[in-house]
Design a protein around this ligand. Structure first.
Ligand SMILES: Nc1ncnc2c1ncn2[C@@H]1O[C@H](COP(=O)(O)OP(=O)(O)OP(=O)(O)O)[C@@H](O)[C@H]1O
Length: 601
């Protein structure tokens, strides 16, 4: 099938997107939408009314030429003035309402976007094509109000055109037919170019994503140090120039084609207008129309011509926008696969048997090589285990599976003997306090940064301070000029950045915010100095007494404190036991330990 045919089909199919969008617009502010419609309908009828009154005035003047200004004429002039004033006020009011509606719509869709994004599976985010779609959806959430405005404008133009057409039709159907048939080809061609432009923009998304990344990388605080020292700027610039040059070339070529095609057709449009005008002049000259009627027709033909052209381009615009909306609606249509079942169980309190990985195999979506291959281990109540293994062996993956951010490809994860999938997922997250290696650094206050661990209680300062005491974040906060109210990060005015270790203590406090039955810390002390690490673990030992804990660490000083150590290698747990047992057995653990210890001798 030729590409353009495909594109036109896509364009037609996308018109069905208008309805869900109209629904979103309606939901974002029914009152504003209604007011907008009423005002637009009134404004749409103003042009024809002005022309009708103008015709009466001219025929009145011609009929009574030389007899002075009658009351009737004064009345008509007053009416025309009133109509023009109402038209101007309506236009302004519509403008204001549009701004309000745009704000409401953007707010409504952005909230929907945040809400929906938070429900999606983590795996969804790791698919690059989803990224492109999310990117486009994010832009559409704020940009596509143009479409809403265009639909409303289209309706207004439609009513204006219909009223003008009725006016013209009264005098001659041929004039109307002439105008319309000269304008249709241009509208169709414009539509085709619109679809082409969309297809081109679609192809550009991955490139634009990379450009965004390069722009960010080239001018961000995080990368500034390395950019300078490694002299990366010229490299980034040349990559940027190459990619953006490719896009520019496409865009220029597209608009060149569109310009050539459409300028010829606009000549045809002018021909329609002047043909109709000449016909009306001819009829007036023959005495078949009055001068007032000629004035009305000339005005109506010009206005209809302009409005029909505008209407077609607005319609093409709406169809274009509808194509773009595809991505936003597609984004909203993505459903999470990992959800709580209809009869989801509550996580037992207390947990009696603990967690069990039973022969778990797992591959990331789109990857063929499994990360875990028959991994089995138990985590009993009250037990603190440490998970170790070389880089990339799958330690963090085990945590993600334990939290049901992914489900195993085969095998089972059990909690108190029941498959994890049977439990309510929110309840599971509630019962586990987890701090990932790549924890988020929120550009919010110190208090909020800790409160995110249990956001529903973010107003409880005592709870936040208690968590900070436990993780030693209190010492970090004490040194901040504004204490718990200190804005962290540098994005906002007055923000203060923290060192890696300080951020880590803040993040650690999040885990203590929860009254969780299992604490999972993935490399919780990697950025801490030796003394801080010792302190943190000393406390961790006390604070997790009687609870389950899973620690991931490359530091043996940390690991050796665990009740049991699991060594992960080649997708399996290959050794397990206490530090001394594992050392004595002389296996992989002993080798790794020796390797690290020898550096200190
Ligand atoms: N989202 C993902 N998609 C595809 N592959 C992934 C993803 N996350 C991790 N991997 C791959 O899975 C393997 C295990 O990663 P994981 O982060 O679990 O290792 P780890 O043992 O925690 O490593 P480290 O000690 O470096 O933190 C790695 O080979 C990694 O490249």
């Amino acid at each position: 099938m030729p590409q353009s045919e495909n594109e036109s089909r896509g364009r037609l199919a996308s018109l069905k997107n208008i309805l869900p969008v109209l629904r979103m617009v309606w939901d974002s502010g029914p009152g504003t939408v209604l007011a907008n419609l009423v005002l637009r309908t009134a404004a749409a009828l103003v042009p024809v009314a002005v022309l009708v009154v103008a015709r009466w005035i001219i025929d009145g003047v011609m009929g009574g030429a030389g007899q002075g200004m009658s009351r009737h004429l004064w009345g008509l002039v007053g009416l025309e003035f009133a109509l023009a004033t109402v038209g101007a006020i309506l236009a302004r009011a519509i403008l204001y309402l549009n701004v309000v509606l745009a704000e409401k719509y953007t707010r409504h869709v952005s909230l929907m976007l945040i809400d929906h994004a938070s429900r999606l599976d983590l795996a969804t985010y790791e698919d690059p094509s989803f990224h492109d779609r999310l990117e486009r959806a994010r832009v559409q959430a704020t940009d596509r109000i143009v479409m809403v405005e265009a639909i409303a404008r289209f309706l207004q133009q439609l009513i204006t055109v219909a009223s003008l057409c009725v006016g013209i039709l009264v005098f001659s159907p041929w004039i109307l037919l002439g105008i319309i048939s000269c304008l249709v080809p241009a509208a169709l061609v414009e539509g085709r170019f619109g679809a082409e432009f969309y297809a081109m923009s679609f192809r550009h998304t991955p490139k634009r994503r990379e450009l965004d990344y390069l722009r960010q990388l080239g001018a961000s605080r995080e990368s500034a140090k390395e950019l300078k020292i490694f002299g990366l700027s010229p490299f980034l610039k040349s990559r940027y120039e190459k990619l953006s040059g490719e896009i520019l070339e496409d865009v220029v070529a597209h608009f060149g084609r569109a310009f050539r095609g459409l300028s010829l057709l606009s000549v045809l449009g002018s021909l329609g207008y002047y043909g109709a005008y000449a016909f009306a002049v001819y009829k007036t000259a023959r005495g078949e129309l009055s001068v007032g009627e000629l004035t009305f027709l000339a005005g109506a033909i010009a206005a209809a011509n302009r409005n029909i052209q505008d209407m077609f381009s607005t319609a093409v615009g709406v169809a274009d926008q509808a194509l773009y909306i595809n991505d936003m609606l597609a984004f909203f249509a993505v459903k999470p696969a990992i959800r709580s079942g209809p009869k989801a169980l509550k996580v037992p309190r207390p947990i009696r048997q603990g967690f069990e990985f039973r022969d778990v195999t797992f591959s990331y979506p789109g990857r063929t090589r499994p990360v875990l291959e028959g991994a089995s281990f138990r985590l009993a109540p009250g037990e603190r285990i440490a998970l170790i293994g070389e880089n990339g062996q799958g330690k963090t993956t085990i945590v993600k599976l334990l939290m049901r951010l992914y489900d195993p490809t085969s095998g089972q994860i059990l909690l108190d003997g029941v498959d994890l999938r049977e439990y309510d997922i929110d309840d599971l997250w509630h019962e586990v306090g987890v701090i990932f290696q790549d924890f988020a650094r929120y550009e919010m206050t110190a208090a909020d940064n800790i409160a995110v661990g249990r956001i529903e209680r973010h107003g409880e300062r005592a709870l936040i301070e208690e968590a900070a005491d436990k993780s030693l974040a209190n010492m970090v906060v004490e040194r901040l000029p504004r204490g718990y109210e200190q804005m962290l990060g540098r994005r906002f005015d007055g923000g203060v950045d923290l060192s890696g270790g300080e951020w880590q203590k803040i993040a650690l406090a999040r885990a203590y915010m929860r009254d969780a039955q299992l604490l999972v810390l993935d490399e919780p002390t990697a950025a801490l100095d030796a003394r801080a690490e010792l302190d943190v673990f000393h406390r961790f030992g006390e604070l997790t007494a009687g609870k389950m804990a899973l620690l991931i660490s490359h530091r043996f000083s940390t690991v050796r404190m665990a009740d049991r150590i699991l060594v992960l290698s080649q997708g399996k747990i290959v050794e397990e036991g206490h530090h001394d047992q594992l050392l004595a057995s002389g296996g992989g653990y002993a080798t790794m330990y020796e390797l690290q210890a020898s550096r200190y001798r």
